[in-house]
Design a protein around this ligand. Structure first.
Ligand code: PLP
Length: 200
């Protein structure tokens, strides 16, 4: 996915004309503005932290929400999606970085979430997999370990509590600085911005 935050609609259109259709933004305001300005066959993903009170603005058109980091947010997505009769593909964000400020469930919390009845009791939410962001560091081995840990957890969930959930297929990890490592460790979706569009 091409992450387009801060880049202009003109820049995005260049990628669109070259055939790209899957784009991501990390802020609701910017996502809705660009959705309105750009061709309607673009598949828009929200990749950043999402506040509950802003869910309603993206629900009518968003293709996937990558960073679901609380039960409350899942419930809000369910409520707003029901109103417009959509089913929203969502990824559960797992906190894999050393930095405290990054959002997401711990491995234990995510395991409890999947073991419980909650995801299957939210018919307008389709749980499609996991998302993670590695530590921002030059230590490649640390980044690799974090991706490897998330990929192992993804496989474990797929083979156990999520084995009857056919939509549970995506592992969103890897950005401009670390996507080759993420792909080596099993990412199914990389979120790349500056490596495509240039320095912000
Ligand atoms: C900005 C952003 C990206 C892409 O970052 P680049 O370093 O520009 O590739 C990926 N994921 C999230 C959640 C982001 O906010």
């Amino acid at each position: 996915m091409a992450v387009t935050k801060t880049y202009s609609p003109e820049t995005i259109l260049e990628a669109y004309r070259a055939g790209h259709r899957v784009f991501g933004e990390n802020r609701v305001q910017e996502l809705t503005t660009k959705y309105e300005a750009l061709p309607k066959d673009i598949e828009w993903h929200l990749v950043g932290h999402l506040q509950k009170n802003k869910v309603k603005y993206i629900i009518p058109f968003v293709a996937m929400i990558h960073a679901v980091d609380s039960v409350g947010l899942l419930q809000t997505v369910q409520k707003e999606a029901a109103k417009v009769n959509r089913i929203i593909p969502c990824l559960i964000q797992v906190h894999i970085a050393a930095e405290e400020h990054k959002f997401g469930f711990s491995y234990d919390e995510a395991r409890e979430l999947f073991k419980g009845a909650l995801p299957s009791s939210l018919p307008h939410v389709q749980v499609c997999g996991l998302m993670g962001m590695a530590t921002f560091t030059d230590d490649r081995e640390q980044v690799r370990r974090e991706f490897r840990g998330l990929a192992a957890f993804f496989r474990e969930m797929k083979e156990t509590v999520m084995r009857n959930v056919p939509s549970f297929t995506e592992l969103s990890m890897g950005m401009s600085g670390d996507y080759p490592l993420a792909v080596e460790e099993g990412s199914t979706m990389v979120r790349v911005g500056s490596a495509i569009f240039g320095k912000r």
